[in-house]
Design a binder for this molecule. Structure first.
Ligand code: SF4
Ligand code: SF4
Length: 146
């Protein structure tokens, strides 16, 4: 089963349409709301983990876009500059989703971008500036993605 973390942006004219409910009902996708922010009559932003087969996730994303929901893949927004990472492990204890974790016995820090929810913690703690955009990209900042 695949999983993708997506940011959904609902403009005020579609904010109260039951599209997430239909994702589960019509596409048999499992979803997990990671975070949500609603600005009444203005905009709604939801960080969602979608789980299902790759093609069903793609169909679900197309369905959302057809219903005028802006969909952004978090994996497109954050990355690690591999040459800067010294695998010190400082980020791994703070990462809430275990997107950053220590691989044993190699003691290398791996980064699974699909698990990242762009919380920014690793960007704040990394002494070498290896984690990119995690501190700049605030999925809940208004106006960044429009
Ligand atoms: S804190 Fe920075 S240098 Fe250390 S493992 Fe994490 S990304 Fe790599
Ligand atoms: S931004 Fe960094 S700390 Fe937060 S989930 Fe992603 S990898 Fe983990």
């Amino acid at each position: 089963m695949a999983s993708k973390n997506v940011l959904l942006i609902f403009k005020s004219n579609i904010m109260y349409k039951p599209v997430i409910y239909r994702l589960a009902r019509d596409f048999d996708l499992v979803f997990n709301i990671l975070e949500a922010k609603i600005l009444p009559r203005r905009e709604g932003r939801i960080l969602l983990e979608l789980r299902g087969s790759e093609d069903v996730i793609e169909k679900g994303i197309r369905f959302l876009e057809d219903n005028r929901v802006l969909v952004e893949l978090l994996a497109d927004k954050v990355w690690r500059e591999e040459e800067k990472c010294v695998h010190c492990g400082a980020c791994t204890g703070l990462c809430p989703t275990r997107a950053l974790s220590i691989e044993r016995p190699e003691m290398k820090v791996s980064f699974d971008v699909e698990k990242c929810v762009a919380c920014g913690m690793c960007g704040l703690v990394c002494p070498f500036g290896a984690m990119k955009d995690v501190t700049l990209f605030d999925p809940f900042a208004e106006g960044r993605h429009t």
